[in-house]
Ligand binder design. Structure first.
Ligand code: ZN
Length: 285
């Protein structure tokens, strides 16, 4: 299934997608909650009911505004240097354990929402990433059943201010990655039944239509199950937490000359089966 969160007059609401139509879940079945996190808390047992609404419910008018599938996740966890050739282009060793950092939930925006270039950075870069959405929470999750804790996947964009991430004392990865609007993801949460192997998806990023990154999640150093297990050894994962799983090669800072984002640019992240996440770049007013 494909699920979205959209902006209704009553606030953020969850809908299912069938073809090019959106069906509000709660409006068609009051047992289903309005928020995606609450829906995930019901577990996969609710998915039969959701599927029934998507098939038989009354669709919304077409011109809705999509938000991120989870507009305010509890945790936004990120993985650095998780593609071998991206580690090489960054001039660092291939890590022997996952490199984990995070963004604050306030950096999340949805599809078509502008990415705002901060006044205090002039090295804003792009990174296409597969996003994992946690369905069933847990601590010390074993790698061999980690995928049972995953609700689905989404396209993500780990926007990165390189002058903050790398140029500040101590390397401020968190600050460089967590400016407002620096964690777009969407447009859909695609549930795991539609993605048989998250470790074999083509991933591409286009800047103004030009392909800048083109790879496959086959190239991930640390697999999705390994990442879920590793992170859950430190903190409890909860429904709706999201994991940005790292970017393939081709980022702007590694190019000669470097490419940094400018006002008016349009970035598209496309991942096989997961759709296209499109955001335009805008200067901070
Ligand atoms: Zn990244």
């Amino acid at each position: 299934m494909k699920l979205v969160t959209y902006q209704s007059e009553q606030g953020a609401r969850t809908a299912g997608v069938i073809g090019d139509r959106f069906v509000d879940l709660h409006a068609n079945d009051p047992v289903l909650p309005t928020s995606m996190i609450d829906l995930l808390r019901l577990g996969k047992d609710a998915f039969g009911r959701v599927n029934d609404v998507v098939q038989h419910g009354v669709p919304l008018r077409k011109d809705i505004t999509l938000l991120a599938p989870i507009p305010r996740p509890g945790k936004v966890i990120c993985v650095g240097l998780n593609y071998a050739d991206h580690a090489a282009e960054s001039g660092v060793e291939i890590p022997t354990e996952p490199v984990i950092f995070n963004k604050f939930p306030t950096s999340v925006v949805g599809p078509n929402h502008p990415i705002v270039l901060p006044r205090n950075s002039n090295q804003v870069d792009y990174e296409a990433e597969l996003v994992v959405v946690i369905g069933v929470g847990g601590r010390h999750i074993a790698e061999d059943h980690a995928l049972q804790h995953v609700a689905g996947y989404s396209c993500g964009h780990d926007v990165s201010a390189r002058d903050w991430q790398l140029g500040k004392p101590g390397k401020q990865w968190l600050l460089g990655k967590t400016f407002d609007t620096f964690a777009p993801f969407g447009p859909y949460l695609v549930t795991t039944d539609e993605v048989s192997d998250p470790g074999n998806l083509r991933i591409q990023l286009r800047l103004n239509g030009q392909i800048m990154q083109d790879s496959s999640t086959r190239q991930l150093i640390f697999s999705i199950p390994k990442l879920v297990a590793y992170i859950s050894n430190v903190c409890t994962l909860e429904p709706g937490d999201v994991i940005f799983t790292g970017t393939p090669p081709g980022v702007g800072m590694a190019r000669k000359p470097p490419v940094f984002l400018q006002s008016g640019d349009v970035i598209e992240v496309e991942i096989e089966r997961l759709g296209v996440l499109r955001n335009a770049i805008q200067s901070e007013l």
